[in-house]
Design a protein around this ligand. Structure first.
Ligand code: ATP
Length: 313
């Protein structure tokens, strides 16, 4: 599926045939990407796939060796000030005076932009209103990271780059960060996200692209990628009163501890056979679950297949 046919005003990012080589090593090998304005787009891929290289080129922090890149109508390689004022980048280290308060730090960065976002709005977006008068040096690690995001938002960017925004967060902080990204999206900001957490992409992204070995190997909404997967997984524990399953032995895996896993392209028919089988014997199927493949299952299959092709090349 591609969105590259959309007219430019509808797209925040349009990339065609992007290449980047570090000496003889081609880290990005001719990728196409199209990100609509106002969507959350996630770039996923294993270590070394080319994500950071791609993001740095989009941000204007790295030059490319080939292809065309248009972000908010600008070529980032030109380093135009007007471009930098419209994008938001989260720096790992911002060099903020740690004796400033959170509000003062945000105001300082707001001062660098012609049309900054109101301070209270910035603080609300990242959930730091209660820390407004707290000194930066007294923030927790997670709050410090949120302040870094706040600084990226100070100029009221049209497009925000978030590179692994929740790495190292505890589960509650991750949920807060997700909330923040949803808030951003609701204000119409386009978000370009990279993450290693597939559940994060599934929760947040309107569309994802999977990059492996410098090439895009899949693109689409998390749901559309998952729906390409026709198999359903049925799992339960073998009831003590029963031993012979009512499905062909080759479709069922039975573990030593009695856990049964059946992958089927005919879930209704298979479930009917199983529930009849248990019902006739008057027993329950303990721990019964029926699930579709997750984005993570699909991601792992696609990346494995692509690595097998890469190894054969
Ligand atoms: P990760 O998930 O580990 O952050 P990534 O997908 O962001 O990985 P990149 O950092 O873009 O991957 O790296 C892509 C490839 O380019 C890797 O093989 C990496 O070793 C190589 N590479 C990255 N930066 C440089 C550099 N400055 N000089 C030489 N090679 C580099």
């Amino acid at each position: 599926m591609t969105t590259s046919h959309l007219p430019s005003p509808d797209l925040a990012i349009r990339v065609a045939g992007l290449r980047m080589a570090y000496g003889p090593h081609e880290a990005v090998r001719g990728i196409d990407l199209a990100v609509r304005r106002g969507e959350v787009f996630a770039l996923l891929g294993p270590n070394g796939a080319g994500k950071t290289t791609t993001v740095e080129i989009l941000e204007g922090h790295r030059s490319r060796t080939g292809g065309t890149v248009e972000v908010l109508g600008h070529d980032p390689a030109r380093h135009e000030r007007a471009y930098k004022e419209r994008i938001g980048i989260v720096l790992q280290s911002t060099g903020i005076d740690r004796y400033l308060t959170v509000g003062e730090a945000v105001d300082m960065f707001r001062g660098y932009y012609p049309h900054p976002r109101p301070r209270e709005e910035v603080l609300a977006l990242v959930g730091l209103e209660a820390q407004r008068d707290e000194r930066v040096r007294r923030l927790s690690g997670g709050q410090q990271r949120r302040l870094n995001v706040a600084i990226g938002l100070a100029g009221d960017p049209d497009l925000m780059f978030l590179d692994e925004p929740t790495t190292g967060f505890d589960p509650a902080a991750r949920r807060q960060a997700w909330e923040m990204i949803r808030n951003l999206r609701s204000t119409g900001t386009t978000v370009f996200l990279t993450t290693h957490y597939l559940d994060e992409a599934e929760q947040l992204a309107d569309r994802v692209a999977i990059i492996a070995g410098g090439r895009i190997i899949a693109e689409g909404s998390p749901q559309s990628l998952a729906s390409g997967q026709t198999r359903t997984v049925i799992q339960f524990r073998m009831p003590a009163a029963l031993c012979v399953l009512p499905v062909p032995p080759e479709v069922a895996e039975v573990a030593d501890d009695g856990r049964v896993r059946i992958e089927t392209a005919e879930p209704t028919r298979t479930l009917l056979a199983l529930t009849r089988w248990a019902g006739d014997a008057g027993v329950e199927l303990p721990n019964l679950t029926v699930s579709r493949a997750t984005l993570e299952d699909i991601y792992l299959q696609l990346v494995d297949a692509s690595e097998a092709v890469g190894a054969a090349e």
